[in-house]
Design a binder for this molecule. Structure first.
Ligand SMILES: [Cu+2]
Length: 506
């Protein structure tokens, strides 16, 4: 029996968007489901695992960025971009202590960059807007993995066109392992019981081409959710316990994740690695760029779906006719799951302790403090300028950053490169769904909210190349909601090489 289409699955704008496109498609709920959701679900595609070539203690990876086409919708070829393939990219895997080198050859006909989201690494290797890879060129960053096990990801970061490059399909997962993660009794067989779940969204023209019109308010916010690159899919578990590594790779959409039968989620890891202990929650909110690892136990023959359930509070955004609808009340079935056969061995008790080091808080009583105010496309009243370095960090210790969303009816989030942070607390909002456990690198901000962060940086002093901090709603980032900082030796001044036509617009 195939899983049925849940009552929660509908999209408020679907009736309009689907008019004349899929009017004939049968719908089992009153509202039409997004396009591609009729019929039985297809098997969840699993991006290939890519462990590179280990030579001595150096792991060597090679990828291309290329154009292709993919069957995002069943039976329809949609032009897409991918890494070493048509759409999305392989899942990189490396271990703490290893050196990593990646050769990225750009086979697209325009410049892009590749950024390692969540990685602590030298600024020249970070892949931000200052590291363009021109068509036909190969860029070869190298770094040493020196951070705890985590689910990271990689995606383009060219100034002003990041959203479009990600939307076309350039996104992949980067799993890091370490001694702690390898010792734990957690599902760890990639594609079997350790499953990447890359959530994105799209909007389509009638012919199945991606609709790339960038709305001045919503950017490339899509009406159709995709998991690992396709609509409406199902994972057939062969074990009673699965670990979902969930990445919100959407350019603009937040997802409030829950299981369809409202059973609790067991969260084991946040953006930057394992929690100190599993946390049982009813739901978890992922803003663009955030990750969460959850454990789901499935009985033989059982069916359950991972859903995006609407937020009753609309993330603190007024629901009057003047306020934009960013989709916080939308409900989607993201991924159907079916349980294993009767002969699947019982799962053991979940470890009570995961990574004890994750509970250690940085000492911030005397730490330097900085304030960031987000408003429309500006941070602290300024839009991004690739020739302006906003501040220097010339010490090895943590800092306390206070970030405020000053907009009354826009959501934002905040991501810091070469860093991880703990959320010290939120104020100025009644919304409580923001993911705040453990070490993170991206945090969601409802309208009016202030969040206080204890931030730790990777120490790779370099006064020539900056790191980025920005809103990870990619249309906001592309529109200027980004700034630059450098990590430098004590007392050192910035020596940023001025860019002259070095960006995407030559
Ligand atoms: Cu924003």
């Amino acid at each position: 029996m195939s899983p049925t289409f849940g009552r929660r699955t509908f999209f408020r704008g679907a009736a309009v968007l689907l008019a004349g496109v899929a009017a004939a498609a049968c719908s089992r709920s009153e509202q039409a489901p997004p396009r591609g959701f009729d019929g039985d679900p297809r098997p969840l595609p699993i991006p290939p695992l890519y462990e590179g070539e280990l030579i001595d203690d150096r792991r060597h990876f090679q990828v291309t960025t290329q154009a292709g086409s993919a069957e995002i919708l069943p039976g329809v070829d949609t032009p897409t971009w991918g890494f070493s393939g048509d759409h999305l990219g392989p899942t990189f895997r490396a271990r703490r202590g290893e050196k990593v080198r990646v050769d990225i050859t750009n086979e697209l006909d325009e410049m892009t960059t590749i950024h390692w989201h969540g990685m602590k690494l030298p600024a020249w290797a970070d892949g931000g807007p200052h590291s363009p890879i021109e068509p036909g060129a190969t860029w070869s960053p190298e770094w040493s993995v020196d951070q705890p096990a985590a689910t990271l990801w990689y995606h383009p970061h060219p100034h002003e066109v990041t959203a479009l490059h990600c939307y076309r399909g350039l996104a992949g997962m980067f799993i890091l392992d370490d001694e702690v993660s390898e010792r734990l009794d957690l599902p760890h067989e990639y594609g079997v019981d350790d499953i990447p779940v890359i959530i994105a969204d799209a909007k389509f023209h009638a012919d199945g081409q991606l609709d790339e019109e960038i709305d001045p308010t919503f950017g490339l916010l899509g009406d159709t959710p995709l998991v690992n690159g396709i609509t409406h899919c199902s994972f057939a578990a062969t074990t009673r316990r699965v670990r979902l590594r969930v990445l919100n790779a959407s350019t603009m959409r937040f997802h409030h994740l829950a299981l369809a039968d409202a059973r609790p989620l067991h969260v084991i890891a946040s953006d930057a690695g394992l929690l100190a202990a599993p946390e049982e929650v009813d739901s978890v909110l992922l803003s663009p760029g955030e990750r969460v690892e959850i454990i789901v136990d499935l009985k033989p023959g059982e069916e359950v779906a991972l859903e995006s359930v609407g937020l009753d509070n609309n993330f603190g955004i007024p629901t009057d006719e003047y306020s934009p609808d960013f989709g916080f009340a939308d409900q989607f079935t993201l991924l159907h799951m079916t349980g294993p056969g009767e002969d699947a061995p019982e799962a053991r008790a979940l470890p009570g302790e995961l990574d004890p080091a994750a509970s250690i808080s940085p000492e911030v009583a005397d730490a330097p403090r900085r304030e960031f105010v987000l408003n429309t496309f500006e941070i602290n009243g300024q839009v991004m300028d690739m020739n302006r370095v906003d501040f220097l960090i010339d010490h090895r210790g943590p800092e306390v950053w206070t970030v405020t969303n000053e907009n009354s009816d826009w959501p934002h989030n905040f991501h810091v490169h070469d860093a991880r942070f703990q959320v010290l607390g939120f104020s100025g909002t009644d919304v409580t769904e923001m993911a705040a456990s453990g070490w993170k690198d991206t945090v969601a901000l409802p309208p009016g909210a202030t969040v206080e962060l204890a931030v730790e940086f990777g120490w790779y002093p370099d006064n020539t190349v900056p790191y980025m901090f920005h809103c990870h709603m990619l249309m906001h980032e592309d529109s200027g909601m980004m700034g630059q900082f450098m990590v430098v030796e004590p007392g050192e001044r910035a020596a940023l090489e001025p860019l002259s036509g070095h960006g995407p617009h030559h």
